[in-house]
Design a binder for this molecule. Structure first.
Ligand code: PEP
Ligand code: MG
Length: 756
């Protein structure tokens, strides 16, 4: 068997010759398996290809029965071949039948063969099939043999993507449809856009697979890695990056990854087995990608973006393309389409012409989604299979309100979308006109309209929206898009920047609210059955006081000479506030010890998100300086309805008796104690709901920046006294359909309510 080690180069060359022949696809496959078996000294070599339903069909074999070809079909996950496809990992066994996943296929005549080696055939992280070897003796395959077979599998994957072989891979032959098409994903940011498709860093097509001079390949690799690393260093030293905390974090992790020895070793190994440097980069990316995608651990899944990003950058360097040209390419309105993408990559694009983002993989809490929202892009995620249906330059309409994506839209759809975009622009211009007007009701009551934020790139919205404050600064977003725990200095600089930009507008910093659906990839979090009810927010902070204290320390340092408002998330019981206050006091003492400038005033408030707090309002009033009602979580916990589960999230209406009564109780108690109270959940972002909140007596709301215009427009047409009276009546009369009553109320008075 030693003959097979080092042999892949010879094998790869003969495979290339086979592919160059004019034989039919099937005939070439037959030749390929014979060649592999001979070269790798195996009695059997077989190729199984994956069908759209996930099953694997035997397509060619040397050594098994001819009659089984195209007949033997393994269901998804069935047998050793199914296991390899599922796990995207090689499997080497001295005695296949002894493995628990073994499934006997008598028609193949495989009984005499004991040893088994199988590797996945992967392309762009997609599973195309499985390549196997079998031997009669119970032998152990060596590491080098596994490596060699993986290299062969990679070359096969490329062969399968060539036009004359594509009929073999059904998923691919169904690939591109050139007519109009419509796909539906998850709406991630409520804006509508249309433009030409930009494929995010279209993969550089690797055409040269087999190397003639490995030494040259190694030299190319080293040069390209050097360029990659220098490029990242240069980006890090750029002025704008140095300021932007979140972006900087991501790049620093790229720097670490670019020096990662495991990655570099794998690239070397690929070249040693006979691949060109480009092919080796692709093979390594495919392999690591497929394994990471199957990992349930969010840490590894997040690393996927780094790996893809870096591998693509390296390929672009090798192909002599510029890495940072992405921004310059956008000459007209563009919709970026990506399988998945890292937050830093999105920030690389020219923001002026980018209007939409469509992602195959990302969901609501993906880091790139957080950035896309901050940039105000029409965003739709979870659009499975879109990459296979589009070409760069195609037209695309994106509806971030409904999740619909129209590819190459018909004239009719284009017309409809043009109109929608015009309406959207007209609306924005109207709200823009309200920007500097205070939100005062017809009867003279001012309603403070603050904005919710969480990243430094949100800050321009403060001026654009005319928000009177940052009513909720979700500090966890910075932690979520960072690649490691942010350091004290970074936090301090970031918070100082927020305060400086806000100027005289108050800012309320909510301490870290992680857990639930907000996962920090670098912090190991044990699996929880009910994460929303689990070890999250203040619970985590009190158990891991170092992180909480670092954050408080950064806040104190950032706000010397200014007001500091600290908001505690997910408080369920009074003692949690006392413990948190104790930690804050310790930080204040520490701050004073160093003779640092103190904030002019420090206020500590709590979110009301957990219903239990509603029955502790009296004692609560003595312990806090302000309150903020988080209607997203309060609704989730009052109705026992998972806010992130789309099957139930919208099942119960916040404009309902139980919910409005709960809010009324909070408002009354706050009023009695002259306690400032704000509402900062999504409810405040919707004009009709915001009207109900004013009707309950709330006069401070905080919302997504783009909601400020519509809510202000509603406030300007509202009579506060009258709506309070009306809402009190609805609650007193136990009216069940409050929403309908409110809609009628608004319509009769011509109050501007968008989105009803
Ligand atoms: C809320 O729960 O309403 C809230 C504002 O907090 P978050 O949405 O960040 O959980
Ligand atoms: Mg919440």
């Amino acid at each position: 068997m030693s003959q097979s080690i080092g042999a892949p180069r010879v094998l790869l060359r003969s495979l290339r010759e086979i592919m160059a022949t004019k034989e039919s696809a099937q005939a070439r496959l037959n030749l390929i398996v014979s060649q592999i078996a001979a070269n790798m000294v195996a009695e059997v070599s077989s190729i199984y290809l994956r069908r759209p339903d996930g099953s694997l069909v035997l397509y060619a074999t040397k050594g098994l029965r001819e009659a089984a070809v195209h007949k033997t079909r393994l269901a998804r996950g069935e047998g050793l071949v199914g296991l390899i496809a599922d796990e995207a990992k090689p499997l080497a066994l001295a005695d296949a039948a002894a493995h628990s996943a073994y499934s006997h296929q008598p028609e193949t005549g495989e009984d005499p063969f004991h040893a088994f080696l199988g590797v996945p055939i992967l392309r762009n992280g997609h599973m195309l099939g499985v390549l196997t070897l079998q031997n009669a003796s119970k032998r152990n395959y060596m590491e080098e043999e596994v490596e060699a077979l993986q290299t062969v599998a990679m070359v096969l994957a490329e062969f399968f993507s060539s036009d004359d072989m594509s009929e073999l891979v059904e998923a691919r032959s169904e690939r591109v449809r050139f007519g109009p098409d419509r796909l539906v994903g998850v709406a991630l940011y409520p804006s509508i856009a249309m433009g030409q498709v930009i494929l995010h860093e279209p993969r550089v097509a690797v055409t040269r697979l087999i190397a003639d001079e490995p030494f040259m390949e190694m030299t190319h690799l080293e040069e390209a890695l050097d360029k990659l690393r220098t490029g990242i260093d240069e980006m890090l030293s750029r002025g704008d990056v140095a300021r932007a905390g979140e972006h900087r974090d991501v790049l620093e992790t790229y720097r670490m990854f670019a020096h990662d020895q495991v990655w570099v070793n794998k690239l070397h190994e690929g070249i040693e087995t006979g691949l060109t440097v480009e092919a080796s980069v692709e093979r390594t990316q495919n392999e690591m990608r497929a394994q990471m995608m199957r990992s349930r651990d969010p840490f590894f899944r997040e690393r996927l973006h780094d790996l893809d990003d870096l591998s693509n950058r390296l390929q672009r360097i090798l192909a002599g393309l510029s890495i940072t040209s992405v921004g310059e390419e956008l000459k007209q309105n563009s919709v970026l389409v990506a399988r998945t993408m890292g937050p830093a990559e999105l920030l690389d694009y020219d923001r002026e012409h980018l209007v939409g983002l469509v992602l195959e993989d990302a969901g609501v809490s993906a880091h790139v989604t957080i950035i896309a929202r901050a940039l105000g892009l029409a965003t739709v995620g979870g659009v499975t299979g879109i990459i296979d249906k589009i070409q760069p330059g195609d037209q695309m309409a994106v509806n971030g309100l409904t999740g619909k994506v129209h590819i190459r839209p018909s004239d009719k759809i284009t017309g409809i979308y043009r109109q929608k975009i015009k309406d959207q622009a007209r609306q924005s211009a109207f709200y823009e006109g309200l920007r500097t007007r205070p939100a005062i009701t017809l009867d003279g009551q001012e309603v403070s309209l603050g904005m919710n934020a969480g990243l430094e790139i949100d800050l321009p919205h403060l001026d654009q929206s005319g928000a009177s404050s940052i009513g909720l600064y979700r500090t966890e977003l910075h932690f979520m898009i960072s690649e490691r725990l942010p350091r004290l200095k970074e936090l301090q600089a970031s918070y100082a920047n927020v305060l400086e930009t806000a100027g005289s507008r108050p800012v309320t910093f909510r301490t870290l609210d992680i857990g639930g659906d907000k996962i920090l990839p670098y912090l190991r979090h044990a699996h929880e059955e009910n994460p929303a009810l689990g070890w999250r927010a203040i619970r985590f902070a009190l158990d891991r006081p170092a992180i909480f204290r670092t954050q408080v320390r950064a806040l104190l340092q950032a706000s010397g000479g200014q007001n500091l408002n600290i908001l505690l998330p997910m408080i369920a019981d009074i003692w949690e506030i006392e413990q948190a206050r104790e930690l804050i006091n310790r930080e204040i003492t520490h701050h004073q010890k160093f003779d640092r400038e103190m904030p002019v005033q420090i206020k500590v408030g709590t979110m009301i998100e957990v219903p239990a707090l509603i029955w502790q309002l009296e004692p609560l009033m003595k312990r806090v300086d302000f309150l903020s009602v988080g209607t997203n979580d309060l609704l989730q916990f009052l109705f026992a309805v998972d806010r992130s589960n789309m099957n139930v999230a919208h099942r119960f209406d916040p404009l309902s008796l139980p919910f409005l009564n709960a809010l009324a109780g909070i408002q009354k108690m706050a009023q009695k104690h002259e306690m400032p109270v704000n509402v900062c959940g999504e409810m405040a972002s919707r004009p009709l709901e915001a009207m109900a909140l004013v009707g309950l007596g709330f006069n401070s709301l905080s919302m997504a920046p783009m909601a400020i215009g519509p809510v202000k427009s509603m406030v300007l047409g509202l009579d506060a006294k009258e709506i309070r009276h009306f809402v009190a009546q609805l609650l007193g009369d136990n009216v069940l359909n409050i929403r309908t009553a409110l809609v009628r109320y608004a319509q009769q008075r011509h109050i501007d309510i968008v989105g009803i």
